[in-house]
Design a protein around this ligand. Structure first.
Ligand code: HEM
Ligand code: HEM
Length: 124
């Protein structure tokens, strides 16, 4: 297992999950989970696959930063998506989900910063 494989595989699985939720939204006519669907598709799915492609295409050296970035992106995406599901499904008090979303957002941003650092260190 490498960060490339993990990001690619989990990204594709996020797409599958997001499409199943989108399909459920379409069938039920209840689009209340649209922000959850959008973030599963784009934050979980598309961005994970973009990270895998950046690592692969630009031959970024896979070291500690790549592992930390991958773990952080997947963990923060998971926390954010579950919290969004609870928030938009009105399954939890927004006073509880709010701070969780805030912390997850910081995780997503730090993960992006780690990609920026690694690409800047990569000779193109
Ligand atoms: C099986 C495939 C899919 C289904 C059934 C589906 C279903 C839906 C539905 C029902 C909505 C709500 C539309 C509305 O209320 O205006 C929606 C919105 C959205 N979908 Fe999907 N979707 C699918 C695939 C995708 C894919 C592949 C992406 C991106 C990679 C995507 C990204 C989005 C985004 C960003 C929104 C929010 C749009 C907005 O802000 O107006 N969806 N989708
Ligand atoms: C730090 C991470 C992020 C935070 C805090 C964040 C926050 C938000 C918020 C507050 C909304 C409005 C939700 C609403 O309609 O009530 C939103 C919508 C949206 N975000 Fe994000 N977002 C993040 C990451 C991303 C990323 C990485 C993407 C795409 C690659 C993205 C794509 C979208 C899209 C397409 C919508 C519109 C979806 C809709 O209308 O439901 N977001 N985001």
């Amino acid at each position: 297992m490498t960060p490339i494989r993990i990001n690619l595989t989990l990204g594709l699985l996020w797409l599958l999950l997001g499409m199943l939720l989108g399909e459920h939204m379409g069938r039920s006519g209840d689009h209340g989970q649209m922000p959850t669907h959008a973030h599963i598709m784009l934050l979980g799915g598309v961005l994970s696959i973009v990270w895998a492609m950046i690592y692969k295409v630009f031959n970024v050296q896979i070291g500690l930063l790549a592992w930390v970035q991958t773990g952080l992106h997947q963990l923060a995406s998971l926390v954010m998506i579950v919290a969004l599901y609870f928030l938009y499904g009105q399954l939890a008090d927004p006073a509880v989900t709010g701070p969780i979303l805030g912390i997850a957002a910081i995780g997503v941003i730090v993960s992006l910063l780690l990609v920026i650092v690694q690409t800047l260190r990569t000779k193109l």
